[in-house]
Design a protein around this ligand. Structure first.
Ligand SMILES: [Zn+2]
Length: 433
């Protein structure tokens, strides 16, 4: 009978796995019938033993049945605490008990996308719950003396500065990735320097950049990339330093050592550098573009359909076909400044005549309409109605560091400058060894 009991227990353990439960019932019926109708217990015992051996094999197939299970549930539209607990198969007693628990209100203001980690046993008793509002904070529920203890939690993150130096052979982007700089950080570099450097035309092999950016760690693992603290760009024999500064108005921006904003009224390039055609070869001898190209702008070879962005805020003053230009968009930025984007495959609907566009917004897509032999963007920059070389024109700066914050800024800049200089020294010493 002991063995029958064991079998019975096993069968109930597997109650949730219905088919196995049925097999279990079959075993029990079989053993009961053999007990009733067969007179030799030794024989029955050995038959039961065989069945138990089979049972042992199948129990190994379901190791989780002896453990609490853990479920991760992401909050969806119209979810409530109760719908989530129901989805996790938590039983009614546990749900009632949790709702009655002190502080349970902390669990009710849930938002789409938040995460619940729910631990329960086979009978649906809630054992533990973590309601993750953000990566580092939320509310946790634990069992203490058969009652639920609900309280907020916060996990501490660590910030680690990372130094990298990249010598450019192919491009800012490709060589940055090779140096294992995260994509998002390279994009930030492009943003910070995109006002001063045209990554297609200004860079040569051997130019380089170095930077310190933050990595945010939770329990020793990187959870996200923080901001660039300071960066240096060396190109054409020049050095451009940019430092991040948290201003009193709450905005963080990048400034040059003397406090000028890195941001300008215009972006250097109307095509994002990552779309620039690979046909362009950095290793070729750099032409003095403006003289060699007798025409009145700069050409950016890029794949068909690459997005073209407004280099500055303004109003669309032309948006249609225009002879050799093909599909042309012209933006009037002020009384003095205008830009033109030609040969577009398609014009974006936000760039129709008279509409206002913001810097960085897509106004069209690279094509070869009009007089163009291959896919490229022809870009012109006009100052006071005259063609001006967009590669060399001086752009007005955005707001510099406020006068009353300048002292603070300078201290901040100097300490970060020291930091990056030290890394560079260390690195060159390592290279010597
Ligand atoms: Zn052109």
């Amino acid at each position: 009978m002991k063995l029958i009991n064991q079998l019975y227990k096993f069968a109930t353990l597997l109650a949730k796995k219905r088919s196995i439960f049925l097999i279990g019932c079959f075993f029990i019926l079989l053993s009961l019938s053999s007990l009733n109708f067969n007179g030799t217990p030794e024989y029955k015992e050995s038959t039961l033993q065989n069945q138990i051996n089979i049972a042992k094999i199948s129990i190994n197939d379901y190791p989780e049945i002896n453990q609490d299970s853990k479920q991760v549930i992401i909050v969806k539209r119209n979810d409530s605490l109760i719908s989530i607990l129901n989805r996790a198969n938590i039983n009614r007693e546990s749900i009632k008990k949790l709702i009655r628990a002190k502080n349970s209100k902390l669990l009710t203001k849930i938002k789409i996308g938040e995460k619940f980690i729910i631990k329960s046993n086979m009978s649906g008793d809630l054992k533990e719950l973590i309601y993750q509002k953000q990566l580092t904070k939320g509310v946790e529920v634990k069992l203490l003396n058969a009652e639920y203890l609900v309280k907020p939690y916060k996990r501490e993150t660590e910030i680690m500065p990372i130094y990298k130096k990249v010598v450019i052979e192919e491009s800012l982007y490709v060589d940055g990735l090779k140096a294992k700089i995260p994509d998002s950080v390279i994009m930030d570099m492009a943003y910070i320097y995109g006002w001063d450097i045209d990554f297609t035309y200004d860079l040569r092999p051997g130019d380089s950049y170095s930077l310190i950016y933050e990595e945010i760690l939770l329990d020793g693992e990187r959870i996200k990339n923080g901001d660039i603290l300071i960066a240096k760009f060396y190109f054409q024999g020049k050095e451009l330093i940019a430092t991040r500064f948290d201003q009193e108005n709450g905005k963080s921006e990048y400034f040059s050592p003397n406090g000028d904003n890195m941001k300008k009224a215009f972006l250097r390039s109307p095509v994002n550098f990552s779309y620039i055609s690979s046909r362009y070869n950095l290793k070729r001898k750099h032409p003095i573009l403006y003289k060699i190209k007798a025409h009145t702008g700069v050409d950016y070879a890029a794949a068909k359909g690459s997005p073209v962005i407004a280099t500055g805020d303004g109003t669309i003053s032309y948006s249609s076909l225009k002879g050799g230009y093909g599909n042309l968009v012209e933006i009037k930025h002020s009384e003095d400044y205008a830009t033109r984007y030609a040969h577009l495959n398609k014009i974006h609907k936000r760039a129709s005549l008279g509409k206002k566009v913001k810097q960085g917004e897509v106004i069209g897509y690279v094509g070869k309409t009009g007089m163009a032999t291959g896919y490229h963007l022809h870009y012109e920059f006009h100052v006071n109605g005259r063609h001006t070389n967009p590669l060399t024109v001086k752009f007005p700066n955005a707001k510099p560091v406020e006068k009353n914050e300048l002292k603070n800024y300078t201290l901040n800049f100097l300490s970060r400058k020291k930091m990056i200089d030290n890394y560079e020294k260390l690195e060159s010493r390592n290279e010597e060894i």
